[in-house]
Design a protein around this ligand. Structure first.
Ligand code: HPA
Length: 254
């Protein structure tokens, strides 16, 4: 079953034909909220709002382990993570959709593995390619099928937040090779990998990153809201198309 984790701008999936909501208890504490189950384009799907349904949980306080474990426990077979980001690369404009291909993690103090605690053996996982290749390709195909332009590839920098970055930090991230910046991509991606769940991200460029283009003298939150309201409609189209094809996605992954 396809699972969607929605971030800022996507706290619900309006076209999800909801069957029920369930609060899942996990060994890691409370997820961000109940999981919403239903049918999307005739296929079963589940949805979780990363920041809670009232948008009350900041990026550094999201219980990523509980969220991923809860989706896994309910039988998710792949996860699409939707998140808004700042654009660093010059050709990433507000409103653009990016399917990132790599991650640099600058977060700290977040519980970022299931393999810790009493009795756990030390476990290392391969994370060379942090997003699932077949799922990324399926998202790109779904976007092209519904005529939604999407950039293929980009290096996602995960910052701690909740504050936005300084202009100098963005310059440093760019020197490091980052193309876009957000606060929630890690440890979500690695936790999905630890549980063997194919995971890919749909990132929406909400604004030029700090110090860039029209964010040269500051970032406008009013402008971000307008951009997200419009772009998330396109994201919904892509997800619906992907959900309709989800059985094929599973075949690719098996
Ligand atoms: N930086 C980090 N996270 C973000 C941004 C940003 O500029 N915009 C939206 N999420």
């Amino acid at each position: 079953m396809l699972g969607i984790i929605g971030g800022s701008g996507l706290t619900q999936l309006s076209n999800l034909d909801v069957s029920h909501r369930e609060i899942v208890r996990t060994p890691y504490g409370e997820p961000s909220g109940p999981i919403t189950f239903g049918q999307l384009c005739g296929k079963p799907a589940m949805f979780l709002a990363r920041h809670g349904y009232g948008h009350t949980i900041p990026p550094h306080e999201v219980n990523y382990r509980a969220n991923i474990w809860a989706l896994w426990h309910k039988g998710v077979t792949s996860i699409i993570s939707v998140a808004s980001v700042g654009g660093i690369r010059a050709d990433f404009q507000p409103g653009d959709i990016v399917i990132p291909s790599q991650i640099i993690d600058y977060t700290w103090g977040r519980s970022s593995t299931f393999h810790e605690g009493v009795g756990c053996t030390v476990t290392h996982i391969d994370f060379t390619e942090p997003y699932d290749r077949a799922l990324r390709e399926a998202v790109l195909l779904a976007a092209s099928d519904v005529g939604v332009p999407a950039h293929s590839g980009g290096v996602y920098a995960a910052t701690q937040g909740p504050r936005l970055e300084t202009a100098a930090e963005i310059n440093r991230l760019e020197r490091d090779g980052a193309d876009l910046v957000g606060m929630t991509g890690m440890p979500e991606a690695v936790l999905a990998r630890e549980l063997g769940i194919p995971y890919a991200a749909i990132n929406v460029i909400a604004n030029h990153a700090a110090g860039r283009a029209d964010s040269k003298d500051g970032i406008s939150f009013a402008a971000i809201e307008d951009v997200l309201r419009e772009s998330m409609q396109r994201v919904r189209l892509v997800i619906e198309r992907l959900a309709g094809c989800h059985a094929q996605v599973c075949e690719v992954n098996d």
